[in-house]
Design a protein around this ligand. Structure first.
Ligand code: HPA
Length: 270
């Protein structure tokens, strides 16, 4: 695996001929950040050796290299979800590769169902911690020492300094943000009311189908992580209504300018 990661990272480094500082996974609700990047190079996933190809509507697959303020960023437009059928090694492969191109920070976004009864649909949540509820662990199997330790610490997954900066940026721009725990599940079904209730009882504020595997792997390699989520639907008893992927996308689109601003300013401030 190590050889494959290094080969793919070399391919990317040769294409961009530079060293990126920050990796971004542009999940639902953050597509607009692409427009803020001065694009230097754009590589379709299909051209990247070793990369899986994404299959879901609304997740175009390409790697974008460019400048955001004075920072060099490598952004994944489209991610790989476990529910698409990829193994956890495939889901997290791009994060490994990004690390080997030289990044020190990983910024991730996602859409989620809201579990905290005091929050609304449309809420922006800074992720403070996560619960891994996926049926497969991305680090299961032989550990590569060069990537990270056998038993990685997960006590501080989401960097507090980055989160505090994000809170300040939100405050300065009159954007309301919450902080909370994200539980990552396999999907592709949205939760039943009983499942939403269970995840609330387990201590989560939002539930979604991504992010956790990527963050585990990022932390394994000691990358600093910032995660942000947009609550696109409610899993709170009495508020649950039928939802679809399209509705999730629509709500996320509305919050996009705010998420984009926070992310852009935060990256510039590092
Ligand atoms: N559950 C799981 N994943 C999601 C949801 C949800 O309610 N909304 C957006 N992604």
């Amino acid at each position: 695996m190590l050889e494959k990661i290094k080969a793919t990272a070399s391919f990317i480094k040769e294409r961009i001929n530079d060293e990126p500082e920050i990796g971004i996974i542009l999940g639902t609700g953050l597509g607009g950040l692409v427009n803020e990047i001065e694009i230097i190079e754009s590589i379709p996933y299909s051209e990247i050796p070793g990369f899986p190809v994404s299959t879901v509507d609304g997740h175009a697959g390409r790697l974008i290299y460019g400048a955001l303020g004075d920072k060099k960023v490598l952004a994944m437009q489209g991610r790989f979800h476990y529910y698409e059928g990829y193994s956890m090694k495939e889901v997290t492969f791009p994060v490994r590769v990004l690390k080997f191109t030289g990044i020190t920070h990983l910024f991730v976004s996602n859409a989620s169902g809201g579990l905290n009864p005091t929050w609304q649909v449309g809420e922006i949540v800074l992720i403070t911690d996560h619960i891994n509820f996926f049926p497969e662990h991305p680090l299961r199997g032989k550990n590569e020492k060069e990537l990270g330790p056998r038993f990685p610490d997960m006590s501080k997954c989401y960097d507090e300094r980055l989160r505090n900066k994000a809170k300040l940026i939100a405050l300065q721009n009159n954007i309301v943000v919450k902080e909370g725990v994200y539980v990552g599940v396999s999907g592709p079904t949205f939760e039943t009311p009983a499942e939403y209730k269970m995840f609330r009882l387990l201590g989560a504020d939002v539930v979604g189908m991504s992010t956790v595997p990527e963050v585990i792997v990022a932390r394994h390699m000691n990358l600093k992580v910032f995660g942000i989520s947009i609550v696109t639907d409610s899993g709170v008893p009495g508020e649950i209504v039928e939802i679809s992927h399209q509705e999730v996308q629509e709500v996320a689109m509305k919050a996009e300018p705010k998420m984009t601003l926070i992310m852009k300013e935060l990256i510039k401030s590092i």
